[in-house]
Design a protein around this ligand. Sequence first.
Ligand code: GAL
Length: 680
Amino acid sequence: MWPDLIQKAKMGGLDVIQTYLFWDGHEPSVGKYYFEGRYDLVQFVKLIHQAGLYVHLRIGPYVCAEWNFGGLPVWLKFLPGIEFRTDNEPFKEAMQKFTTKIVDLMKSENLFASQGGPIILSQIENEYELMEWEIGGPGKAYMEWVSKMAVGLNTGVPWVMCKQENAPDPIINTCNGFYCENFNPNKDYKPKMFTENWTGWFTAFGGPTSYRPVEDLALSVARFIQNNGSFINYYMYHGGTNFGRTSSGLFVATSYDYDAPIDEYGLIREPKWSHLKYLHKAIKQAEPALVSSHPTISWPGKNLEVHVFQSKIACAAFLANYDSKYSSKITFWNKEYSLPPWSISILPDCKTEVFNTAKVLIRYKNTFSFVTSPRIHAQMLPITDKSFSWESYVEQVASIDDPKTFTKEGLWDQVDITWDTSDYLWYMIDVSIQKNEAFLNNGKYPILTIMSTGHILHVFINGKLSGTKYGSLDNQRLMFNNSVHLVAGVNKISLLSVSVGLFTGGSHFERHNTGVLGPVTLNGLNEGTRDLTKWKWSYKLGLKGSALNLHTTIGSSSIEWTQGSYVQPNQPLTWYKTTFNAPAGKDPLAFDMSTMGKGEIWVNGQSIGRHWPGYIANGDCSSCNYATYYEKKCYTNCGQPSQRWYHVPRSWLKSTGNLLVIFEEWGGDPSGIHLVKRRL
Ligand code: GAL
C-alpha cells in the first residue's frame, strides 16, 4: 500500500512524511532485529524519496502512539533494575543501543539529507515534559543525557523534541495539539513547528468515533502559519490499522482511522483531503511573502484579525473571523470580504481570496461544489458473492490437570507470566466443598468475588462459563461478583484473563499491572469466607488453539474440525475457520463482524487484529461544537459497535483459497460474517 499512500499524500500537497517507528517490532527479542515486511524501514524511506518527498523520522524510541507499550519491547521490562524513561542505566543503555542501530542503518543507506537522502528531521523521545515535571531531578538528568546522546549521533540534520519546553540547544522543541498558534519555541532562532495537528482522534473499544471537521483543522493550520509557523504535520494524515496485537491499552481499537484525510483503507476522505489540498496550495502561493517579511497585525473589529505579510517582493494577507457563531465582513485595501464564522481567508497577493478555511469546495464525481454537512463518506458495500462455510473447534477450558500448567504461590501479574506473548492467561484453582455445606440444600450459592487489574475476565466453574466481566475506557479494572454453582467435592475454578494491549505510558508504566491480582474470595460457605488469594494457583499461558497454530495452514490441518450443521453459534471459546477467494476488483476489503463478540482474526496466518464488535460505543453524539474542540466534542457512532469492520489488506490475499481463522471468546454467530468492500 505504501507507494499509493505516498502518492496520495503528495497529491494532497504534502512535502514531508512524518513517521514513528516501533522498537518492539524492530527488536522483538534482545539483539534480534527485524526490518522486513511492514517493518522494512529502509524501503519505506526510499519509497518516499523516490516520490520526491522528505522524511521526518520520529525515532522515539518511546513513541506513545496508542501502540502496545508505547512502542517499547516488553522484554525491556524484565531487564534487572530497569525503570523506563528516567535516569536509569539499564534503560539508557538499551535506548542508546537501539537509537544508534536505527541511525546507523539510515546512514548506511545514505538516507539523511546531509548524505543526499530524504530525512530532514529526526525526533528523540516523545512528549517527555509531563514526565519530567512529575519526577523532577532524575527526569531532568535523563533529558540532558537524551539530548547529548542524540546530538552525538551526528546525523547532520536537526533533532526535534515534541512537547519539551526546555529542549536544550540545538534540539528544537515543537508543539502537539489541536491548535498551536500561541506556541513558541524556547529560542527565537528555532523554527516554530507543529509536529502533531490532530485530525481527529483514535477510537477505543467502548468509545464512540471522534471526528474533526476539516473547517476547524484548516483554521488551525492557517492560524499557525499566519503566526509564523513553518512546519505542520497532520497526526494522522493516514493512521491505518493496528494489525495483530499492536494496539495498546486502554482498549484501543484495531482501526486507527483517526478521521484522517487518507482513511484506514487508504481511500481519500472527502471533503477533508481536497479542502486541505487547496489550503496547502494557498499557503504555498503566499510563501514568497511569508518568508520575506514579518506580519503586521491589526484588529478591525471584535473577533476580527488581519495579518499582512508585505516585503519588497511580495504581499500576502490572512483575514480572520474568530467568532464561532456569526459571520462578518472585513474591508481590506478597499475591498470587502465576507468571512463565515470561525474562519480565515488567505489572499496570497493581498487582493484575491483564494481560500477560506470554512468554505469547503470539493470535487465529487467530477462536479465541484461547496459543501457543508452532510459529508461524503466512503461506504461499506456488501459483496454478494456467497457466505462462508464454517468449520469450528472448541477451545478446551483449561484445568490444573492439563499439560503445561505450572503453579505459583498466590496471584501473579499476567504480563510477568506471559511476557505479552499472548492476550490470554489461565488462572486455575481446585476448591473442595464439604457435603454438609448449607448452600447445597438451600440453593443459596456462594458468591465468588474476583478483583482483576484488567482487562477482561471469563470465569469458568467446572468447565462451564459462569460469567464475563470487562473494564472500561476510564477504568480497566474489573470485579466479578456472582454466585457460582458449586457442587460437593472438588470444583474446578478456571479464570481466563484477557489483556487488550499494554499501557502506552505514564510514569513507571513498566510496573503497570494486568490480570488477576486479587483478592479472590468465596463467600457464603459454612465457614464464612474463604480467601483464595494466597493459595497455590495453577497457570496456563495462552490458548490451546494458538499452541496448535490453528491460524496457519499447517496447524489448522493438524486437528479435526466440526463441520457443516454441527458448527454451533454462540459458543464461548470457539475457533472458526473457512477459506475464501479474493473478490474481483481493487476496492479495499473488510470483514463485517457485527454478529461476533470479541477475539482475534487471522488471514493466511497473519493477524489482522483483535475484533470486539460486542463493545458498544458509549458517548454523546448529539453536539459538535468544534470551536471548542479542546473538549473533543465531535463524535459519531454512539450506541453502535465501536468497531464493526476489520480491514484485510488486499496485499495479504491470494486470488483463491485464503485461510480465514477466527478465535471467538464470548460466543458469536459466524454465519453473519461477510466480506465487504469500501468505496467512495
Ligand atoms: C500524543 C502522542 C501521540 C499520540 C497522540 C494521541 O500526545 O504524542 O503519540 O498518542 O497523543 O493519538
